[in-house]
Design a protein around this ligand. Structure first.
Ligand SMILES: [Zn+2]
Length: 218
């Protein structure tokens, strides 16, 4: 058997397939049993969350190392690394990337009234004021930009740094990463809602909380 055939044969043999809601999960290396995570999350998601979802791939891809990430959502598919510290990490990744899918499918419902945007921008404004009060020079960064902005990301994570960012976002965001863009504000809120921080989300981000509640009960 030539090497290529051997590898293809091996992939075929070790790929595990199972269902997550109405879609298929392909786990290329079956050495760890990830099914409990999918079964658990499935119980909490209404069936309309799976609308237009292509599937889930669990495998380690080069992009994960290149971009220092563990999961991403692309063209209706969820891609998650199998290099997980524990099942809780996988659960975070799965719920987070599902949020990005739901944002695509139900974008109108989520954003068309502009309320989440308003809530987010008010928090961004307070973040900028707090950072200024701490002595940071914020003028050259656009705190009103809703999309991912690399220079703002570098400023927050490298100049301000994780510890100060944590302090200055604690009273407004469920976690520091929620401040990075409107999309991540939604995705981190969605995580909080489904992963045991509902009360915190309700307290800090009532508009976002109500929107996710609405989505859940569509
Ligand atoms: Zn994200």
């Amino acid at each position: 058997m030539i090497l290529r055939e051997y590898i293809e044969e091996k992939i075929k043999n070790t790929t595990k397939h199972f269902k997550f809601g109405s879609v298929n999960v392909h786990q290329v290396d079956d050495s760890m049993d990830f099914t409990p995570v999918f079964k658990e999350i499935e119980k909490h998601f209404p069936s309309h969350y799976f609308k237009d979802l292509g599937g889930v791939e669990i495998a380690h891809r080069k992009e994960f190392d290149d971009r220092d990430i563990s999961a991403f959502y692309k063209d209706d598919w969820l891609y998650i690394t199998d290099k997980q510290d524990d099942l809780a990490d996988l659960m975070d990744d799965l719920v987070h990337e599902m949020a990005h899918h739901i944002e695509v499918v139900y974008g109108d419902i989520i954003y068309s009234d502009g309320e989440i945007e308003k809530e987010f921008l008010l928090k961004r404004k307070r973040l900028e004021s707090e950072l200024k009060a701490e002595g940071y020079w914020t003028q050259e960064y656009d705190f009103k930009d809703l999309t991912y902005n690399r220079s703002l990301d570098n400023f927050l994570y490298k100049r301000v740094g994780p510890n100060m960012l944590k302090l200055t976002t604690a009273s407004d965001f469920v976690r520091p990463y929620a401040s990075i863009s409107l999309r991540e504000y939604f995705a981190t809120g969605f995580e909080a809602y489904y992963l045991g921080k509902k009360d915190l989300l309700f307290k800090l981000c009532p508009v976002l909380y109500n929107k996710i509640d609405e989505l859940h009960n569509l």
